[in-house]
Design a protein around this ligand. Structure first.
Ligand code: HEC
Length: 210
């Protein structure tokens, strides 16, 4: 358990470090919101900040793109491929088995796209968050979304959501935040992309030997 928490911390740290690399296309929303006044009396003054804009802002600063939007190689190095915004691990990218790491402090590996991750939990592939009905969240109600984030289980009752999805942090989003994020996710272009199912760890021998 301690180790799992340590992994999550490492991942979240890595994720936080990656936030400044978000694409320029996303920056204006964040800046607009930063500049908006805060405080109860000024809430009405920020009426222009719609729920969807707030959701876009939260998705930007919470780093959802870091994992759910595949990286591509741009002229300045890896950058999120916004033509595939939040569509998760590309179905066209079949991953070979994850490398088996020797005992020691290196524990986690990630695909160059940042959409497939391997660790003691096995291999996880980031989900398609676009509103595509077949392969994304198109059929999800707000309740489905909220229950997933709050409980860390698929739809609130299915299998546990694996690392590195930062459930331990995100479950503290307020209802209002989750509503805004959900509202924004409904507005983005639906992308048909069937993300593979997670792969269980081959054996627990590495973990057991430590
Ligand atoms: C550090 C990487 C990372 C970040 C950041 C991240 N996710 Fe995830 N997310 C994942 C992974 C990996 C999965 C798949 C886990 C699994 O298959 O169990 C996932 C799964 C999900 C799921 C579950 C889908 C399902 O079918 O059950 C939702 C919903 C989700 N993420 C939404 C978000 C939102 C919204 C944000 C930003 C607020 C976000 N994620 C940020 C890695 C991340």
């Amino acid at each position: 358990m301690k180790r799992t928490i340590a992994f999550l911390r490492a991942i979240v740290l890595a994720s936080a470090l990656a936030v400044p690399a978000l694409s320029a296309a996303q920056a204006p929303a964040a800046r607009a919101d930063d500049a908006a006044p805060s405080g109860a009396t000024q809430d009405t003054a920020s009426a222009a900040t719609t729920k969807v804009a707030r959701g876009k802002y939260l998705v930007t600063v919470a780093g959802c793109n870091d994992c759910h939007t595949p990286l591509k190689l741009g002229s300045n190095g890896p950058e999120p491929d916004m033509s595939r915004m939040l569509s998760g691990h590309p179905e066209s990218l079949a991953m070979p088995p994850a490398p088996r790491l020797p005992d020691g402090p290196w524990q986690v590996t990630a695909a160059a796209t940042s959409t497939a991750w391997s660790g003691p939990w096995g291999v996880s592939f980031t989900a398609n968050l676009t509103p595509d009905a077949e392969t994304g969240l198109g059929r999800w109600s707000f309740r489905n979304f909220k229950d997933t984030i709050r409980t860390g289980r698929h739809l609130g009752r299915g299998r546990p959501i694996l690392p590195p999805m930062p459930i331990p942090m995100y479950k503290h989003f307020t209802d209002e935040d989750l509503e805004a994020i959900y509202a924004f996710l409904r507005t983005i272009p639906p992308i048909r992309n069937q993300v593979p199912l997670p792969v269980a760890p081959p054996a627990l021998s590495t973990a057991a030997s430590q």
